[in-house]
Design a protein around this ligand. Structure first.
Ligand code: ATP
Length: 238
C-alpha cells in the first residue's frame, strides 16, 4: 500500500541544535498513527518539519509520493494537510464561529473540497453550536481544543496532525475529544496523533512510533507493542 504521507531521513535543526536525526515514517490513507515519546523527544518538531515551519530538504517529506519537504505552510494546507497545533493558537477576542469562519474562508479561497461544514462540526462537537457567539478566550480548555480541531477540519484535510490535544485537560474532556477521532477517520482523514499518554495513544491508533532524542526507537502495531518495548523505546535501554 502506498503512503499518503511519508518522511525519509527527516532531519531538522534549530540553529546549531539538531532536533531530528533521520526520521522515517509512513502514514497510509485512512490510517491513524500515534507518535509518542518523552518531553523534548522531537515530536512537535517532527510535525513542524512536515508543515514547512522548519527548513527541510524536499525529498525528506512526500505527499502521495511527491516530494514536498520545505513547502510553505499555507501550501501544505492547500495540499491537504492540517495541524491542530500545541497550545491551540486560536484568534483571541473572536467568537467560536468567527474563528471557524476564518478556516471556512481560507478553504474556499484555496478551492478545498470536502465534507466538513459548520453543521457537521456541530454534530461532532455540539457545544460549538451552543457557544457559537462566545469569545474563544471564555471557553474551557477542552472547548478551545474542539474549536482548534474544528478549524483544522474545515480546511478539508486528507491528513490531520494533532499535537498533544489532551494536554492539560480533564479525563472526561479528553475522552470526549478522543471519541471524535474515529468519526474523523471514518470521513476519510488519516491522522498522526502526537500524545504523551501512551494508553491514549495506543487506543487511538493502528500503529505507533516512539521517538527518543530525535530518532525513532520503536514502531509497531499499537495493539501488539508491549509495555516493556515501549518502556525501552521511551527512555532508552540502559
Ligand atoms: P514536548 O512534549 O515538550 O513538546 P517534543 O517531543 O514535542 O516535546 P520538541 O518540542 O519537538 O519535543 O523539541 C525537541 C527538541 O528541540 C528539544 O530538545 C527542544 O528543547 C528543542 N527545541 C524545540 N523548539 C526549539 C526552538 N524553537 N529553538 C531551539 N530548540 C528547540
Amino acid at each position: 500500500m502506498s503512503a499518503v504521507l511519508s518522511t525519509h531521513g527527516l532531519v531538522a535543526r534549530y540553529g546549531d541544535f539538531q532536533a531530528l536525526y533521520g526520521v522515517d515514517t509512513e502514514l497510509h490513507a485512512g490510517e491513524a498513527v500515534a507518535l509518542i515519546g518523552a518531553n523534548g523527544a522531537g515530536k512537535s518538531t517532527f510535525l513542524r518539519a512536515i508543515m514547512g515551519l522548519l527548513p527541510v530538504a524536499r525529498e525528506m517529506v512526500r505527499l502521495d509520493g511527491e516530494p514536498v519537504g520545505g513547502t510553505p505552510t499555507d501550501r501544505m494546507v492547500r495540499k491537504g494537510i492540517a495541524i491542530v497545533p500545541e497550545g491551540r493558537r486560536l484568534f483571541s477576542g473572536m467568537s467560536v464561529e468567527d474563528n471557524l469562519r476564518v478556516a471556512i474562508d481560507q478553504a474556499a479561497r484555496m478551492g478545498a473540497k470536502g465534507g466538513w461544514t459548520l453543521q457537521r462540526l456541530h454534530q461532532l462537537f455540539p457545544i460549538l453550536a451552543e457557544k457559537a457567539r462566545t469569545p474563544v478566550q471564555s471557553l474551557s480548555g477542552g472547548q478551545q481544543q474542539m474549536v482548534a480541531i474544528g478549524r483544522a477540519l474545515l480546511c478539508q484535510p486528507r491528513v490531520l496532525l494533532c499535537d498533544e490535544i489532551s494536554l492539560g485537560l480533564a479525563p472526561k474532556v479528553i475522552r470526549e475529544i478522543y471519541a471524535a477521532l474515529p468519526e474523523i477517520r471514518a470521513a476519510g482523514t488519516a491522522m498522526i496523533v502526537v500524545e504523551q499518554d501512551v494508553g491514549l495513544a495506543k487506543s487511538a491508533s493502528d500503529r505507533l512510533y516512539c521517538m527518543l532524542e530525535g530518532r525513532v526507537t520503536l514502531t509497531g502495531n499499537s495493539a501488539e507493542v508491549t509495555r516493556e518495548q515501549i518502556g525501552e523505546a521511551y527512555f532508552g535501554a540502559g
